[in-house]
Design a protein around this ligand. Structure first.
Ligand code: TPP
Length: 675
């Protein structure tokens, strides 16, 4: 038991039941007031949450971001009122009673599902089932990695998760528990709301898994308890904390506990109880108070609990001063999201070298050189791949694998678990201490997409290295050739999708991704070698502009050719063909549409020009029309690829300098006819 463990009875004057009922009724009343929400889960899990928060969770409500706090993840995000009630009761400043009364309303701190960055005390955004538990695996992993580097005095906390049947039914949960079991993440404790009910009715309608056997098979310890018995809950959590494996505690609960005619049924999952049933629940649970009213002693006891971690936090601050001194230390550096000076020197040195040597490289190879050049300057860079290390080229020579025997490594073999990798990277970024990047093929971005979307929503720095970014990968064929992926990823708000065209651009794209503290990034990289066209005579990061002019003709432009990634060199060759005919052709490289959209209208006009435009990208057209305008032409894919050598595919699908030149002539002709 840790120093925060408490005796079983909450206090002399307030019983466990009263403490738990405070949570229950705040949830009931808020859902009732909002006329929408999910009362069943908070009512069912109030006992478990009360025991966790009152006896085990290490936190200080006055400092929601204290680095050594325990992390609490409500994976069953629909039960958000459970979390909001706890934040209010334990005294988080921003969570007032008025916020609970404004549950699910515009501008409130109490949105329908918990949102990271919106509500202090919410560790991660949840709602899409299964994401929370997988994100928590990343948090628990980050804790072990930080602990291995900085020791128990600075890093020594648990990650607790409340997950429901839905979370465990989702496929991502399996990838996540398998990874956690493999790595032996013993600081991870999952409290499973084992109420056997989901929206359609009893889980028996659709699921007959033996969850305990399933978790045990993945290397977890697992037990089942009565989720309404505080002693059983406390005993199980204490045992879980004392375990050398991650732990599942299946808490058998009654959904909607206390609502006499609805408890135990799906009817209480996602709708207000209604005033009659609320009255009955008040009688059944002996809670004779009006909506949002709390007995003073109960609130006082909860507030006392919310401040109980203050001592532990102060002791931690004292220890960290002793360990690290007042000045900067590696520990502070790890938590500081800014990049160290040594990084800028390493990155600039590489750019100069690449510009001098002008190597013909696949951009995945260029990326490997980037990682190699910056890894030592960025000790908190944490690499990995979903079993494609040798294709993604994500491993630097100086990196070593993370293993359950040693968390001192800095490269994670995520296994063939793209979705869990993406969610774990979210958890690692949320935990703080590391900049996670992970590799897979671009065509498998769809496997990771729900977690990528959450990273964008949460505004966190996570870097996806997605190689084999077009038909240019060749013989593996259409299953592996992304065509719609660029467009679909570009559709996610706040996601930076980079498609660098040569080695210098690849370095610049990495630089942008590392500096983007509030956006996740996807680096889309080629399998095939690409010629260098950039010299880096100056230190300006041109990729950061989103698009820039590579070739500007003398005199007014007749046409502007815009390419991304491997098709910039197609545009450059097309420009030569057209120039031979006396046309004045500009070529623009557009490695990041999102960053281009953030530039001033003047800059965009200057780059895109007034002349007709032709876009070229070995992918479907998607949202290119924004850059090409009404009169523009697009040269790319209109369906799936095929299995053949890359050069044959480019020829057969008509993504060639000749095709681009022909499109340019058409665009010029049309524009002349229109004048
Ligand atoms: C990925 C995903 N699919 C579907 C939903 C919609 N949904 C929300 S809760 C829920 C049922 C979850 O059941 P369970 O975890 O047992 O929650 P409980 O009924 O116990 O509250 C569903 C299908 C969702 N939020 N996320």
């Amino acid at each position: 038991m840790n120093v925060l463990a408490r005796p079983l009875d909450c206090s002399e004057v307030v019983s466990h039941a009263e403490m738990a009922n405070a949570v229950r009724f705040l949830a009931i009343d808020a859902v009732e007031q909002a006329k929408s929400g999910h009362p069943g889960m908070p009512m069912g899990m109030a006992d478990v949450a009360t025991v966790l928060f009152s006896r085990f969770l290490k936190f200080d409500s006055s400092d929601p971001t204290w680095p050594d706090r325990d992390r609490f993840v409500l994976s069953a995000g629909h039960g958000s009122m459970l979390l909001y009630a706890l934040l209010y009761l334990t005294g988080y400043e921003s969570m007032t009673l008025d916020q609970l009364k404004a549950f699910r309303q515009w501008g409130s701190k109490t949105p329908g599902h918990p949102e990271y960055g919106h509500t202090p005390g919410v560790e991660t955004t949840t709602g899409p089932l299964g994401q929370g538990i997988a994100t928590a695996v990343g948090m628990a992993l980050a804790e072990r990695l930080m602990n291995a580097r900085f020791g128990d005095d600075l890093v020594d906390h648990f990650t607790y998760v409340i997950a429901g049947d839905g979370c465990l039914m989702e496929g991502i949960s399996h990838e996540a528990i398998s990874l956690a079991g493999h790595l032996g993440l013993n600081r991870l404790v999952v409290l499973f709301d084992d109420n056997q009910i989901s929206i359609d009715g009893p889980t028996a309608l659709s699921c007959s898994d033996d969850q305990l056997a399933r978790f045990r098979a993945s290397g977890w310890s697992a037990c089942r308890i009565d989720g309404h018995d505080p002693r059983a809950i406390a005993t199980a959590i204490a045992a879980a904390r004392d375990n050398d494996r991650p732990s599942l505690i299946a808490c058998r609960t009654i959904i909607g506990f206390g609502a006499p005619s609805r408890q135990g049924s799906e009817k209480v999952h996602g709708a207000p109880l209604g005033s009659d049933e609320v009255e009955k629940a008040r009688k059944a649970l002996d809670w004779p108070y009006s909506p949002f009213e709390l007995p003073g002693a109960v609130l006082a006891e909860w507030r006392h609990l919310g401040a109980r971690g203050r001592e532990a936090r102060r002791a931690w601050i004292a220890r960290s001063r002793l360990e690290c001194g007042a000045k900067r230390s590696p520990f502070h550096d790890a938590l500081n999201r800014k990049l160290p000076c040594a990084y800028a020197a390493a990155m600039n040195g590489l750019k100069v070298r690449l510009a001098d040597q002008r190597p013909k490289l696949a951009t995945r190879q260029a990326s490997q050189q980037v990682i190699g050049a910056i890894a030592e300057a960025l000790p908190n860079l944490l690499g990995g791949s979903a079993d494609l290390t040798h294709s993604n080229l994500t491993l630097a020579k100086t990196q070593s694998p993370v293993q359950r025997e040693s968390f001192r490594g800095n490269y994670i073999h995520y296994g063939v678990r793209e979705h869990a990798m993406a969610a774990a990277m979210n958890g690692i970024a949320l935990h703080d201490g590391f900049i996670p990047y992970g590799g897979t093929f671009l065509s498998f971005a769809d496997y990771s997409r729900p977690a990528i979307r959450l990273a964008a929503l949460m505004r966190i720095r996570v870097i996806h290295v997605m190689t084999h970014d077009s038909i240019g990968l060749g013989e593996d064929g259409p299953t592996h050739q992304p065509v719609e992926h660029l467009a679909s990823l570009r559709a996610i708000p706040n996601l930076l999708v980079f498609r660098p065209a040569d080695a210098v651009e690849t370095a610049e794209a990495w630089d942008c991704a590392l500096r983007s503290q509030t956006s996740p990034s996807i680096l889309c990289l080629s399998r095939q070698a690409l010629p260098a066209f950039r010299d880096a005579a100056d230190e300006i990061n041109r990729v950061a502009l989103g698009a820039y002019v590579v070739v500007e003709p003398d005199g007014p432009r007749d046409v502007t050719l815009i390419g991304t990634g491997s098709e910039v060199c197609v545009a450059l060759e097309a420009a030569e063909l057209l120039a031979d005919e006396g046309l004045r052709v500009a070529v623009v490289s557009a490695p990041c549409f999102e960053l281009l959209a953030r530039q001033s209208p003047e800059y965009r006009k200057k780059v895109l020009g007034k002349a007709p435009r032709v876009g070229v990208e070995a992918a479907i057209e998607g949202n290119w029309s924004r850059w090409l305008g009404e009169d523009g032409e697009f040269v790319g894919m209109s369906g799936f690829g095929a299995s053949a050598p890359a050069s044959v595919l480019y020829r057969e699908f008509g993504i060639t300098p000749i095709a681009v030149a022909a499109a340019a002539r058409r665009a010029i002709r049309r524009s002349l006819e229109g004048k």
